[in-house]
Design a binder for this molecule. Sequence first.
Ligand SMILES: Cc1cc2nc3c(=O)[nH]c(=O)nc-3n(C[C@H](O)[C@H](O)[C@H](O)COP(=O)(O)O)c2cc1C
Length: 366
Amino acid sequence: MTTTLFEPITVRGMEVRNRLWVPPMCQYTVEKRDGIPTPWHLVHYAGMARGGAGAIIVESTGVVPEGRISPNDLGLWNREQQEAFRPVVEAVHAAGARLGIQLQHAGRKASTYREWGVARPGGSVPEGDGGWQTFGPSATSFPGLAEPEALDEAGIRGIVSAFAGAARRAVDAGFDFVQVHGAHGYLVHQFLSPLSNARDDRYGGSLENRARLLLEIVDAIRAELGDAVPVMVRLSASEWVDGGFDVEEACTVVKWLGEHGADMVDISSGGNVARAPIPVGPGYQVPLATAVKHSTGMPTSAVGMIEHPWQAEQIVATGLADAVMVGRAFLRDPSFALRAARALGAEVDYIPEPYARAYRQHQQLL
Ligand SMILES: Cc1cc2nc3c(=O)[nH]c(=O)nc-3n(C[C@H](O)[C@H](O)[C@H](O)COP(=O)(O)O)c2cc1C
């Protein structure tokens, strides 16, 4: 059967074999706390590539040490990290998928404990236990976390060039594209949102000012990478409370992003307001992606509780989004895409040869 989900899509000259992609998902498995990928990462990402994903975005990766969400996050601020990513990229490419990486500065939500094996999951890691002073647009903490220092202009300039440096290292390691993390209450989102940005300089106040950091980051990355490499951005297009960065502002920012050389956006929501009343349910963020896509013309992916093959197919076939990101369902089953292809009756030519018998001889299993 012909599907849209398993049709290729091209972004700035990069052809992707289908529209069923994997969003960034922190693994928090860098036990040495040096930001260097481990065999876990190779197995994890290569598994989903063998499982038929079109493109995969490597989890939140700090552009500077203090940009990591936790001490166990990946980083891309030095050459050793860059070289250690190379086998991960090669394994994903050998399985026919595209690989991007999410470049991150976590701002006031940095230096937190991972979610397991500690007394205070998600709480701030003190400096005595390998944590660090955090930074934000303003000296206002996220509820329950340590107070950040407000960034000065020199600090902002350093972060912008760190994003460009990390993007360079990503491409040198073989990544196909980069994604700037502008969502979920991390630094870029903290600047975008009037709820966390109380600055009175040219980085605060009007939407133009609040979006300045993001646009400077995209400009710096584009200048560093030239014209060939796709640059994507993830945004939270709603904070689900009044007075936050909302879908209308997101549409304006996405238009600007297009003018600044970004190629695609992924539309998520939330993360900057503790205990916001988020209406979580199947496909709950898709209308936000559709609003952005239709109002800006920017290639857009949808994400969030898209768990069933027909649901994913319907989203792309009816033009609600250009691609879908499927997260937790891929963690449960790294072969989610090959299973979806079978469920939809789509013929794909990228079942790994050593696995082919599993697909030929067990037709009844979906
Ligand atoms: C274990 C886990 C780690 C995550 N880490 C990140 C991350 O590093 N960056 C990010 O932007 N979103 C992160 N997310 C959010 C996912 O990318 C995705 O938006 C979310 O899981 C909703 O999609 P789903 O319902 O298909 O899982 C994470 C989600 C999970 C479950």
